[in-house]
Design a protein around this ligand. Structure first.
Ligand SMILES: Cc1cc2nc3c(=O)[nH]c(=O)nc-3n(C[C@H](O)[C@H](O)[C@H](O)COP(=O)(O)OP(=O)(O)OC[C@H]3O[C@@H](n4cnc5c(N)ncnc54)[C@H](O)[C@@H]3O)c2cc1C
Length: 408
């Protein structure tokens, strides 16, 4: 054990070769560290549980434009009673739809080209943290091996083994997402659609996203408490059979379906002695859209240079990791928390009648103009604040928002 401990087989072992694990591996391997990626499945990018939206900013960081299936200029958002709010401008790309299998594979391939090693069919069973490193027992192709590393990073998704093993808390919210892949839906090219209402997606929204080759992804998300005993599949059927929209869905043919968790609300301390959580493992998905790829990338990008120096010096105590991560992580956690407060106020905590009234306001030309001007899928807080400040009908919510934001 001693020999293992002090020779350090690896500088960094990353559990989970999803997009965030892959990108983290790439950034660290590029900085000259010996990185091992462990993936429990025997291939990358499966099972697939994602609408595939990747923001231009996140895409820019990995440059994987060849994985794009569709470019999206805007969203056609429907209130519970049908009020339509079109957000976006034709010809100006707001976000991309990718093939997640190709995207994840390409991110992991980038890391391997930078020098990282990938073990498929491999997952940790046990970890011991010592003063000089971590000894990890890994089950790989049904065999057990002991390896040592300076740092262990959990990028192992919503139900993270790393987070549970090291008792690092839980994300604030766990939404459940359900999605089908269909053909036969008549969609508007370059636009996605969103539907709201307590029967369809209580507190949240459903979506229809073009995904290339005339297919679309139809999905929705919500939380267990808001579903209040209803199954998420029931909500999906409510969307397909909704009196206002059922004609749109009458000719669809399903080719696949999936269900998955969306953890949102960063754990309080995503670091411990020689252990770090990044991405869904840390609860990084956005409370407003459920997007987790961009925030995971942002989380690691904000600390990677200082982290790299600490790995080189093998100074990776909890105190050291805290000094590296705390400022950046706290800022992201606060932003998530403010976005959640505004989301609850304007959408999630509203009965359908109240939401309809909000949609009547959103649909006014001057408000759509404001949304298009300030609205940024990456940063929803400034838009929420602008709506509360500038739309007279929302002013009475502003005081409530002020209190919530003050304490978030
Ligand atoms: C229905 C739905 C739609 C979504 N749509 C979007 C979207 O449009 N855009 C967006 O940005 N996000 C979306 N998300 C969220 C997005 O899928 C995640 O935020 C994103 O995949 C997080 O990446 P990650 O690398 O942190 O985790 P994951 O993608 O979950 O990757 C974790 C990896 O770790 C592996 N793993 C897990 N445990 C172990 C273990 N013990 N040992 C070894 N390997 C392990 C897994 O097999 C997996 O490969 C959606 C989620 C759902 C459920």
């Amino acid at each position: 054990m001693d020999e293992l401990r002090y020779s350090h087989d690896w500088d960094v072992v990353i559990v989970g070769a999803g997009p965030v694990g892959g990108h983290t591996a790439d950034l660290l391997a590029k900085r000259g560290h010996r990185v091992l990626l462990l993936e429990e499945h025997n291939e990358i990018g499966r099972p697939f549980q994602c609408a595939g939206l990747v923001t231009p900013n996140a895409m820019h960081q990995v440059g994987l434009y060849e994985t794009i299936l569709e470019e999206i200029d805007g969203a056609l958002i429907h209130g519970p009673s049908g009020t339509l709010v079109p957000v976006g401008t034709g010809g100006t790309v707001r976000t991309y739809v990718v093939c997640r299998k190709l995207f994840d594979e390409a991110v992991v391939k980038q890391s391997m080209e930078s020098g990282a090693t990938l073990w498929l069919n491999s997952k940790p069973k046990q970890a011991e943290v010592h003063s000089e490193g971590v000894i990890l027992t890994v089950v790989t192709d049904s065999k057990e091996v002991n390896i040592s590393t300076k740092l262990l990073i959990g990028c192992d998704g919503a139900h993270s083994w790393t987070r549970r093993y090291f008792r690092m808390g839980r994300p604030k919210e766990l939404m459940v997402g359900f999605q089908t892949e269909v053909v036969g839906y008549q969609y508007r090219k370059r636009w996605l659609e969103m539907y709201s209402g307590s029967e369809i997606a209580p507190g949240f929204f459903a979506w229809v996203i073009p995904s290339g080759n005339d297919s679309c992804r139809i999905g929705l998300w919500s939380t267990a408490d808001r579903l209040d005993g209803k199954s998420i599949e029931e909500c999906y059927h409510n969307l397909l059979n909704h009196p206002l929209w059922k004609d749109r869905f009458s000719n669809i043919r399903e080719t696949a379906r999936y269900c998955g968790p969306v953890p949102s609300g960063m754990v309080r301390k995503a670091y411990k002695n020689r252990v770090l959580l990044i991405g869904d493992a840390a609860g990084m998905a956005k409370p407003t859209t459920g997007g987790g790829i961009g925030p995971g990338f942002e989380q690691i990008n904000g600390i990677v240079d200082n982290l790299s120096n600490a790995i080189a010096e093998n100074t990776l105590s909890e105190e050291k990791l805290k000094s590296i991560a705390k400022g950046h992580f706290e800022k992201m956690r606060k932003e998530q928390s403010r976005a959640r407060s505004l989301r609850n106020l304007l959408v999630s905590d509203c009965e359908d009648g109240e939401l309809d009234k909000h949609f009547e306001q959103f649909a006014k030309p001057e408000v759509i103009e404001l949304i298009n001007e300030v609205g940024d899928i990456e940063k929803p807080v400034p838009l929420g604040m602008a709506l509360l400040r500038k739309v007279p009908a929302f002013r009475k919510l502003a005081l409530k928002a002020g209190m919530k934001l003050l304490f978030s």
